[in-house]
Design a protein around this ligand. Sequence first.
Ligand SMILES: NC(=O)c1ccc[n+]([C@@H]2O[C@H](COP(=O)([O-])OP(=O)(O)OC[C@H]3O[C@@H](n4cnc5c(N)ncnc54)[C@H](OP(=O)(O)O)[C@@H]3O)[C@@H](O)[C@H]2O)c1
Length: 309
Amino acid sequence: MREHGGPEVLELQDLERPSYEADELLIRVAAAGLNPVDTQVRSGDWVPDEMGEPPMVLGWDVAGMVEEAGDSTSGFAPGDRVFGMPRFPGLARADAEYVAAPASQIAPTPDSLSDEQAGALPLAGLTAWQALVDTAAVGEGDRVLIQAAAGGVGHLAVQIARARGAHMVGTASAAKHDFLRELGVDEPVDYSAGPVQEAVSEVDVVIDTVSEDDAGLLASLDTLREDGRLVVIAGDLTDPVKDAAARQGKRATEMLVHPDQAGLMALAALAEKRRLRVVIEESFPLERAAEAHERLESGRVSGKLLLTV
Ligand SMILES: NC(=O)c1ccc[n+]([C@@H]2O[C@H](COP(=O)([O-])OP(=O)(O)OC[C@H]3O[C@@H](n4cnc5c(N)ncnc54)[C@H](OP(=O)(O)O)[C@@H]3O)[C@@H](O)[C@H]2O)c1
C-alpha cells in the first residue's frame, strides 16, 4: 500500500526480494493469515514506528518453505516447511512471495498442519497461548470464559484451554453456538441476550478479546470469582478498570503478543495430538486481499481468514 485508507489502497506490486541477515531465513510464502492488526495498520488507526517509505507490505503470519538459510542459523535447511509470526510489533511484511525472518522466531510446520492451516495459526494462536498459559496459567479444573470465542483468537483459545483441562464458557451470537460446542465450549453464552455478567459468574479466568471500553472490561471483571484473572487482549487496561480489579480482589493484565518460537512449538505439539484445529472461514489469493480485509472488518468472521500466495 502507498497510503493508509480503506481496502482499496491495497495493490499487487512487484518488489525486490527482501535481503536477509546471517541469523535469518528467507521464506518462500505459501500462506499468510489475516489479523485485525493488518486492517488497523492499513486504515492508519495504528502506525508502527518503523513504517518507513511506501510502498508498505502488511502481514505478520507466515507459513511456507525455507528458500535460503543464513550462515549463522542452525536447524533449518532449504526445503523445510516452516511457520511463524516474525518481528511483531515491528514489521514482518508477510503478505508477499518472500519474507526474511529471524530463525529464532520461526518453527517447523508439523505434518498435521497444511501450509494454509499453519499460515492462519501464528498470531492468533500465540495470542491465545501467551494469554492462557504464560499470563493466566490456566490449569486443570479452571473455569475459563473466552469473550468472542468464535473469532480468530477465541476459537484457538477455547481449544488450548480445553486441552489443559479447563471447563469452558464462551460468548458468541446464538447462530454460532453449535460451532462453539464443536470447539469444546461447555457453556455457550449469547452476548446479545443480556449482560454477560448476568449469565456467567464465578469464573477463574476471563480472556477478553472483544471489549474495547471500560464498560465491557468491567462486565468481564464481574464474571470473575475473587482472586480470578482477567487478561485484556482487545482494549486498554485503564486506571478505572485496574482500580475496580484491586477493590474486588481480582487480577487484571493487559497483553501484547510477541514472537515466540517455544509457543509455536507448543501449538504445533497440540496440533500433532489433534487437540488443536485451525478453522479457516475462507482463503483469498493475494490479489484479492482487499476483499479479505473487508470481510475481516465485518467483525463476524468465524475462525480465520487467509491470504494464499
Ligand atoms: N493484544 C494482542 O496482542 C492481540 C493479538 C491478537 C488480536 N488482538 C485483538 O483481539 C481482538 C480479536 O481478534 P480476532 O482475530 O479474534 O478477531 P476476529 O476474528 O475478527 O473476531 C471476530 C469474532 O468476534 C465475535 N464477536 C464480535 N463481537 C462480539 C461480542 N460483543 N461478544 C462476543 N463475540 C463477539 C464474532 O462473533 P459473532 O459473529 O457471534 O458476533 C466473530 O466470530 C481484536 O481487537 C484484535 O485487534 C490483540
